[in-house]
Design a protein around this ligand. Structure first.
Ligand code: FA5
Length: 343
C-alpha cells in the first residue's frame, strides 16, 4: 500500500508538470481525488490495511490528498491569471493619464447661487436642513396654521397623491419638524423644491425652488429679519441693497410682509425689469404665528421668531437676467452654463 501511494504521488507530480489549461487541471483532479480517482479508491482500500500500518498509511494518504487539493487550487489560480493577462494584452489599452474631455456638463445657476446663499447663512450661524418633497397634509398645511378651508388646499394649487399626502407646495412644510427638532433657540435655513399645479408662464413653474429660513429666540424683532435679509442681498448682489416691507398675508406669520428690494439692475431708478417702479418683489416673510410655535411645542409667550420664504428661482432670474423661469428646469446645458457664469 505504501509503495502504491508513493507511486501515485510521483505520477501526480509528473502529470502536474504537463497541464496548461483549466480543463486539464480539472481532469487531473478527477483522476486523483474525484469520486473514482486513484487516491479515493486507495482510501476505500484503507480498511484492508493491517492495524499496525494504519497510522502511517492513513497519514500518507491524507498528505497525498491534501497535496493534490492545494496543487489543483494553485494551478487553477495560475492559469486564470495567465488567461487574464493574455486577455488584457490583446485588448486595446486605456490610458488613464490622458487628459479628460471636459465641458460635458455644467452646474445650474440655481445650484451655484444656492451654494453661495447657504454659505452666507452658515457664516451667520444658521444650520442647513433638508425638507421632504412628499409631505403629509398636516405638515404642509395644518401644522403651519393653514385651516382646512384655505383655498391653497384646492386641487388647483396642490398636487395631491392617492394616499392623501401632497407634493410639498412650500418649504414651510418643514417648519413644524424643524422647530420641533431644533427647539426654541434656533436659526435654520432649508432650501427645497416645491410643486404647484400652476398654469405655466415666464414666471410660474409647476416645479420651483424656495429657500426658507426661521429664527426663533427670545425677543426676536422685525429689525432682525430686515438685517438678515439685507445681509443676504448684499452677499448676492455684492453691494448694499435697500429693502422695504409691505403688508402681506400668510396664515403662518403675524404680522406678514412682502419684502421688496431696490431693483439691483437700475439701483432703484426704474427700468423694464422692475416695471419702472425701482422695486422688486422678492421675499414673503413675517413674524412666526404663535399657533405655529405652539404646534411645534414652543411656548409663544416666552419665544418668538421670524420666517421668510424666498422665491429662489426669481432671485436667480434677477441675478442672471434670465427672462423665462422655464429655462431653469430645461436641459439646455449651453444656456444654463452661460447664465451660470453671471452669478
Ligand atoms: C409661500 O410659499 C410661503 N410659504 C412663504 C413664506 C414663508 C411666507 C415663511 C412667510 C414666512 P408664496 O406662495 O408667496 O409663499 O411663495 C413664495 C415665493 O415662491 C413667491 O414669492 C414666488 O417667488 C415663489 N413661487 C410661488 N409660486 C411659484 C411658481 N409657481 N413658480 C415659481 N415661483 C413660485
Amino acid at each position: 500500500m505504501k509503495e502504491k501511494i508513493l507511486q501515485l504521488i510521483k505520477d501526480f507530480e509528473q502529470r502536474k508538470a504537463t497541464v496548461s489549461t483549466k480543463e486539464e487541471v480539472e481532469a487531473l483532479r478527477l483522476d486523483f481525488i474525484g469520486k473514482k480517482g486513484l487516491i479515493t479508491l486507495l482510501m476505500q482500500d484503507f480498511r484492508n490495511v493491517p492495524a499496525e500500518e494504519k497510522r502511517e498509511i492513513g497519514m500518507l494518504i491524507n498528505e497525498a490528498k491534501q497535496n493534490v487539493e492545494s496543487s489543483v487550487a494553485e494551478l487553477k489560480e495560475k492559469i486564470e491569471e495567465e488567461e487574464l493577462n493574455k486577455k488584457l494584452e490583446s485588448e486595446p489599452r486605456i490610458d488613464c493619464t490622458l487628459p479628460v474631455k471636459t465641458g460635458t456638463g455644467a452646474l445650474s445657476p440655481r445650484t451655484i447661487l444656492q451654494k453661495q446663499i447657504v454659505d452666507m447663512f452658515v457664516s451667520m450661524g444658521f444650520t442647513i436642513e433638508d425638507g421632504n418633497e412628499i409631505e403629509t397634509e398636516y405638515n404642509n398645511f395644518d401644522a403651519v396654521n393653514v385651516p382646512a378651508s384655505h383655498p391653497a388646499r384646492d386641487m388647483q394649487d396642490t398636487f395631491w397623491l392617492d394616499n392623501g399626502e401632497v407634493l410639498k407646495t412650500q418649504t414651510s412644510a418643514a417648519q413644524n419638524r424643524i422647530l420641533r427638532t431644533h427647539g426654541p433657540k434656533c436659526r435654520v435655513l432649508f432650501p427645497g423644491r416645491c410643486f404647484r399645479n400652476e398654469s405655466l408662464d415666464a414666471t410660474h413653474e409647476n416645479t420651483f425652488f424656495q429657500i426658507e429660513g426661521v429664527v426663533v429666540d427670545e425677543n426676536v424683532s422685525v429689525a432682525n429679519l430686515i438685517y438678515f435679509m439685507k445681509e443676504m442681498l448684499k452677499g448676492v448682489f455684492k453691494k448694499d441693497v435697500n429693502v422695504r416691507l409691505r403688508p402681506g398675508f400668510f396664515p403662518f406669520t403675524e404680522p406678514s410682509f412682502e419684502l421688496d428690494a431696490t431693483c439691483p439692475l437700475c439701483a432703484g431708478k426704474g427700468c423694464g425689469a422692475c416695471s419702472h417702479t425701482g422695486w422688486m418683489e422678492l421675499c414673503p416673510c413675517g413674524m412666526i404665528h404663535p399657533n405655529v410655535l405652539r404646534e411645534a411645542g414652543i411656548d409663544p409667550d416666552k419665544y418668538n421668531g421670524f420666517a421668510f420664504g424666498l422665491g429662489f428661482d426669481r432671485l436667480v432670474m434677477i441675478k442672471t437676467g434670465l427672462d423665462d423661469i422655464r429655462h431653469l428646469n430645461g436641459g439646455n446645458v449651453k444656456l444654463l452654463k452661460q447664465y451660470g457664469t453671471k452669478i
